[in-house]
Write a protein that binds this ligand. Structure first.
Ligand SMILES: [Fe+2]
Length: 284
């Protein structure tokens, strides 16, 4: 497959999925489906009922220096107004349990609509994996039935920091839903970074490490794709994005099953994420 993967983003374009009327993730052809699963990244048509414009508007209001969200309450290291030192990304990040308290009602509702998309994608991954359905909930730390952890983050890139927009990494969780209106995202395919062009009216979906872990012994494993964001310059349009992370319960466990339903391994989520963090630090 290596030859056909070489220029998959540039020449062939990423596969494009949609959420069907029955709520399932669908691709136009089996080949598109296979490529999406092989690459770990694809486009998803934004469902018609989603009020993406309002969410984008909310994100753009956070750029104002006097935005009250710049002094939003911190919850640990992962939630609040976060400006990371080692890249240009600056964000307001909140877990689902804090959306109603801090986000306007329509933004919380937007997040819950993304929950449904995340669940649809996860359930399709499980369905393909052959892991018996009664085990999906345990395997995913509750996410597949609406629990687990979800982050809804509004991001922009601070060009006063001359670093990469975002250093190469894989996402830790299950599924990431990204809305970005300007270029900069790249994915690694066979050791080479390729642009992921903005496709209007579509999210970019990628799989994360926790999903790779769960499906590793199943009939159809999925991989976590390495990606980065190029350094943004002050002359560029301000790069803003909305990012939704579907994650396991951070205090829970992940289970690996084969298609017979036998347990092949498990890890606490904290240990699993700690190992990823250590590897990422070494990578840098
Ligand atoms: Fe990422």
């Amino acid at each position: 497959m290596t030859g056909s993967r070489q220029a998959v983003c540039r020449d062939e374009g990423l596969p494009v999925a949609a959420i069907a009327r029955d709520g399932r993730l669908t691709f136009p052809t089996t080949q598109d489906f296979d490529r999406a699963w092989e690459l770990g990244i694809f486009y998803l048509k934004v469902p018609a009922h989603l009020d993406l414009e309002s969410a984008r508007q909310f994100g753009s209001e956070l750029l104002a220096l006097d935005s009250p969200y710049h002094s939003i309450q911190q919850y640990g290291a992962l939630e609040g107004f976060i400006a990371l030192k080692n890249n240009q990304q600056t964000k307001v990040a909140l877990r689902r349990q804090h959306w109603d308290q801090h986000y306007p009602a329509e933004i919380s509702e937007f997040g819950r609509q993304l929950d449904r998309i995340g669940i649809a994608i996860l359930r399709e991954v499980f369905s393909q994996s052959g892991i018996p359905e009664p085990l999906w909930d345990d395997a995913s730390g509750g996410y597949s039935s609406g629990e687990g952890t979800a982050f809804l983050n509004f991001v922009h890139y601070d060009t006063r920091n001359p670093d990469l927009g975002l250093h190469p990494h894989t996402d830790y969780g299950f599924v990431t839903i990204l809305d970005a209106t300007t270029p900069g995202l790249q994915v690694e395919v066979n050791g080479r970074f390729e642009d992921v062009p903005v496709l209007p009216g579509h999210f970019v979906i990628n799989f994360g490490e926790a999903l790779h872990f769960i499906t590793a012994h199943s009939e159809r494993a999925v991989g976590a794709v390495v990606h980065r964001v190029l350094s943004q310059q002050s002359a560029d349009p301000i790069r803003q994005s909305i990012v939704y992370f579907a994650n396991p319960d951070l205090d829970g466990r992940l289970w690996q099953y084969d298609a017979k339903g036998d347990v092949k391994g498990s890890s606490s989520v904290q240990d699993f994420f700690a190992i990823l963090e250590k590897n990422l630090t070494q990578y840098r």
